[in-house]
Design a protein around this ligand. Structure first.
Ligand code: SAM
Length: 202
């Protein structure tokens, strides 16, 4: 049987996606989203917008472009964006963004860099489309420096990849730097250093 692409996996789970991680959303993610997104201004590009969970946290003055390569997930986001005049959503691969250089004030990723097949390639694209003054805002889970957590992450990685195309062992902070970004803030949010908020400049 041929391997399923990340987009096919997300198309399949799109109708139930928000149920799958509801406990994490309620206990952690929603307050992190609010804190990370409330003060953004100008033009924002959200990568892997998914079912559109972040959309309500942007100020109505912000022009948000959201992209995702799963039609199923985008359909869910479109339902939420229907009444929001400041949101534009498109089907697009993060690894080859169809935007000019220096287009956005912010690029946002939330729980996405663990699923994109080549995260460094996508991060280089994000850097290209950011203005020189622009900033990357990332809420992501990544490989822990703690040996016990690392062991657990290695154990669950194949299962989560099979189900959701999600990797628990990615060195996401290192990937962000490898793409040329300079990390300005790195804050551990939960499960020691697994969930982190990262702000990085071009
Ligand atoms: C775990 S979900 C996170 C969704 C959303 N950002 C959130 O915070 O709830 C990961 C999303 O990234 C999208 N994605 C994965 N690889 C992608 C790629 N190469 N280009 C665009 N979107 C991608 C998936 O389709 C999915 O919607």
């Amino acid at each position: 049987m041929p391997a399923m692409s990340a987009a096919s996996k997300y198309n399949r789970i799109a109708p139930v996606y928000e149920v799958l991680d509801l406990p994490l959303e309620l206990f952690f993610f929603r307050s992190w989203r609010k804190e990370a997104l409330a003060d953004l201004s100008g033009k924002v590009l959200e990568i892997g917008v998914g079912s559109g969970r972040n959309l309500k946290y942007y100020s109505p003055d912000v022009l948000v472009t959201g992209i995702d390569n799963s039609e199923g997930m985008l359909e869910e986001a479109l339902k939420k964006a229907r009444e929001m005049k400041n949101i534009n959503l498109s089907l697009m691969n993060a690894e080859s963004l169809e935007f000019s250089d220096n287009s956005f004030d912010y690029v946002v990723t939330t729980f996405v860099l663990c699923t994109i097949p080549d995260p460094v390639k996508a991060l280089k694209e994000m850097r290209r489309v950011l203005k020189p003054s622009g900033e990357l805002i990332a809420l992501e889970h990544m490989n822990s420096d703690n040996l016990i957590i690392d062991f657990f992450e290695r154990l669950i990685d194949p299962f989560l990849f099979f189900l959701l195309g999600d990797h628990t062992t990615r060195q996401t902070a290192r990937n962000i730097e490898e793409a040329g970004f300079k990390i300005k803030e790195e804050k551990n949010l939960a499960f020691k250093d697994v969930f982190r908020k990262i702000r990085a400049k071009t």
